[in-house]
Design a protein around this ligand. Sequence first.
Ligand SMILES: Cc1ncc(COP(=O)(O)O)c(C=O)c1O
Length: 301
Amino acid sequence: MRSDTLTMPTPEMRRAMADAELGDDVFGEDPTINRLQESAAAAVGKEAGLFVASGTMGNLLGILAQVPAGKELIADDQSHVFLYEGAGTATLGGIQVRPLTTERGVMTRSQVEAAFRPKNDYHQPLTGGVTIENTHTALASGATPAEVAAPADTVTFCVSKGLGAPVGSILCGPAEVIDRAARWRKMVGGGWREAGVLAAGGLQALEKGVDHLATDHANARTLAEGLSELPGVRIDLDRVQTNLVIFELTSMPAEQFLKACAERGLKGGGGNGRVRFVTRYGITAADVQRALEVCTEVLAG
Ligand SMILES: Cc1ncc(COP(=O)(O)O)c(C=O)c1O
């Protein structure tokens, strides 16, 4: 339960990958990649899509294709772009990230408006873009992915995490932006050849993977509710809206708890005194019950 990046392809997905129709994508001739890009763009209501190796690459190319060097990109201070992408925007794009201090990564409208730089002050950089990170609450809110993505010019999402494909993300947006992103992708060495074998997994993820997200969310809720009844656990159930269960411990350090859980076969993640468990395809309701047993045992010392 460390991460939803650990999902394994389903047997059906493996078969689809083995049988995928292939071509050289640098020539635009891989029919499976082309299908994935079209389906992904349609799913988020955008004109075009670009299959890329990772979420990090999708974010990077989306930014490079839209924000000129020397400008500033507004981001939340807990976002992946700011914290975990190796300063790629600064290194490759000459773009400065302006992190806004947020509660749980949610920037408010007034915060973003206030962060826009004035155009008449030559001392300051100009604002070149805003990046917003959103977890898969579409499901929890009842909104469609296209509705969630509508206010954004481009959107990156991963098929490799909760949706279950082994590799890949898709950057979607207007055709001319995606064309510029494709040029950047080639420059950073991300031009695919017969990668339809990977895209076939992505197509299965889009077609079938969404169905089990609801199960993952239900499993997370069961886990959170079970944890809330254990002594020494502090958890805000209102904050458990997706497949992420984050909690604090009052009776032992999180690191000690995680080590004891791991010794009993339950791996979690965490940091800053918090523990994180993630439900995903491959984690069943029975696994959740077993996890609760392990937590009970560990907390009882
Ligand atoms: C919110 C978010 N954005 C981007 C990424 C990057 O994805 P990748 O690991 O495929 O580069 C992750 C990965 O864990 C993520 O959680």
